[in-house]
Every structure is written in structure tokens, then in C-alpha cells.
Write a protein of this length. Structure first.
Length: 270
């Protein structure tokens, strides 16, 4: 998450934006590579549903489970701290904020809550020339016939490219490999969505660009820039001050209930 990476991704985003705005038919040309006009099916869709290769659907589920598993680590670390407030956290508080915050912002808020609900670009399967009846819209045009859960940008692509966030926290000696694996994972998930007619190339490309930018800014705010943010130790102490009184109240309540139950048991036994 250095400046070189930022400049490279910005350059890629600008280049894709300009090229596909000037030549929007490129989006259609890429999608046609996966479409068979003779039988009117996207080839991968035919392979799944007509040829019975449903393992591809399980593979898609697996990719989302990988994202969920990576998100489970910071959630588990936070839950353990709430359950055992005097024990050190298994993951630094800033890392938890970084991972869960970028996951909420990129695939959550930006992709699914904002763009996909308000950028009315039809999906390839809804466009004339493939399997639909709607007009094709270039990536930059928010007008279209789609009502909700639209094509721009790819939500699954954003979720898959979010794996760049845990890659940014990998040890320095393996960080480059982690970045490469995260990029390959996001690209593979995006390619699968293009192959079934779920998204255009630009939907996936901008999902990756926007997700990277959110992750880059969050990483800089929390780990690179010298901002007056609370330290990890201060955050842990704040959690302890917040949670310990609740633990004490629960212990006192259950302790009183236990003593009452014991007295009732003794009385009934006598």
C-alpha cells in the first residue's frame, strides 16, 4: 500500500475509464467472447445448467466463503476481547478497524448500497444482443432500465478484491505474494461473473480500482500518516473500561441468583 501502487492503480483506472468511454463497444466485445449466439446462452451458464456441471456453483460459493473466513478473524478477535476483557487482543485494534471498515465500505456501502442501487446500468444478460431486451449503457452513464441490484459495479468483485486488505497486513517477507494472490483471486471471481453474463468488464475493473483506493486511504489513515489517533493500547484499555463493569454486573446478578437457588434447594431438601 505504497504510493507506487496508488499511482499504478490510478493510471489503470484512468486508462480503462477513458478507453471504454471512447469505445464503449469494447465492453460488448469482451462479453461476446463468452456468449454463443447460436443457442442464445452464455457458454459457462450452459455448461452449468444444461450440461449439469453444478460444481461451478459450489466453486462460486467457495469464493465467498473465503472472503467470509478472512472477515471472521477480526470479528473473532473482537468478540474474544469482549468476553475476556483483561486478556490481550489476538489482533491489534487498528487492524480490526482496518479490515472490518474497508469490508463495510467497499463491497458494502459503495458497491451494494450506493452504486448498484442508483447506477441503473443493465447487466449483460439484460441487454439486447445477448439474452435480454434492454439497451446497453456505457460504464459512465447511470441511466438505464435497471431498477435495483444493477451491473455497475460488481459486488462480488469488490468483495473478492477486498482480500487486498488482509494482504496488506501480511508479514513483509510474504506481502508481495499475498498481494499477487489477492489480485488473482479478485480477477478470477470477476472473470467468472463476466463469463455468466452477470457483469461487464468495466464493472469488475472499477470494482477492483475503487476497492483498492478505499483500502489504500484506510491503510494510510491508520498505519502510515501521523494522525492523532488512539494507540492500540489505549483502545484496549477503553474496551476494558467499557466491558468490565458489565461483566461485574452480570457476575453479581448470576451470583445472587445462584445463592437464591441454593437456598431454595436446601429448604426443599429439609
Amino acid at each position: 500500500m505504497n504510493r507506487t501502487g496508488l499511482f499504478v492503480v490510478l493510471a489503470i483506472g484512468v486508462a480503462i475509464g477513458v478507453i471504454f468511454a471512447a469505445f464503449p463497444e469494447l465492453d460488448l466485445a469482451i462479453t461476446r467472447l463468452f456468449f454463443d449466439p447460436r443457442d442464445g446462452w452464455f457458454r459457462l451458464t450452459y455448461y452449468i445448467f444444461m450440461d449439469g456441471h453444478t460444481w461451478v456453483l459450489r466453486l462460486r460459493d467457495l469464493t465467498m466463503w473465503i472472503v467470509a473466513a478472512l472477515a471472521l478473524a477480526p470479528v473473532a478477535a473482537l468478540m474474544l476481547k469482549l468476553l475476556r476483557p483483561t486478556k490481550p487482543m489476538l489482533m491489534s485494534p487498528r487492524s480490526i478497524v482496518f479490515l472490518l471498515g474497508t469490508l463495510a465500505l467497499a463491497p458494502g456501502v459503495l458497491a451494494n448500497a450506493m452504486l448498484k442501487e442508483h447506477w441503473a446500468r443493465p447487466r449483460p444478460i439484460e441487454v439486447r444482443g445477448f439474452t435480454g431486451s434492454d439497451s446497453f449503457m456505457p460504464w459512465w452513464d447511470p441511466r438505464g432500465a435497471c431498477d435495483q441490484n444493477c451491473s455497475f459495479i460488481s459486488g462480488e468483485g469488490a468483495g473478492a478484491f477486498w482480500t487486498l486488505a488482509p494482504a496488506a497486513l501480511a508479514p513483509p517477507q510474504v506481502r508481495a505474494v499475498a498481494y499477487a494472490a489477492a489480485f488473482a483471486f479478485g480477477s478470477a471471481v470477476g472473470a467468472m461473473r463476466i463469463a455468466v453474463g452477470g457483469h461487464f468488464f468495466t464493472d469488475v475493473a472499477f470494482a477492483g480500482v475503487f476497492t483498492f483506493l478505499i483500502i489504500w486511504v484506510a491503510y494510510a489513515l491508520l498505519f502510515r500518516w501521523s494522525l492523532p489517533l488512539p494507540s492500540d493500547a489505549a483502545i484496549e484499555r477503553a474496551i476494558e473500561r467499557l466491558v468490565l463493569p458489565l461483566h461485574a454486573a452480570l457476575a453479581a446478578a448470576f451470583g445472587r441468583r445462584g445463592s437464591v437457588d441454593r437456598r431454595r434447594t436446601q429448604r426443599s431438601g429439609s
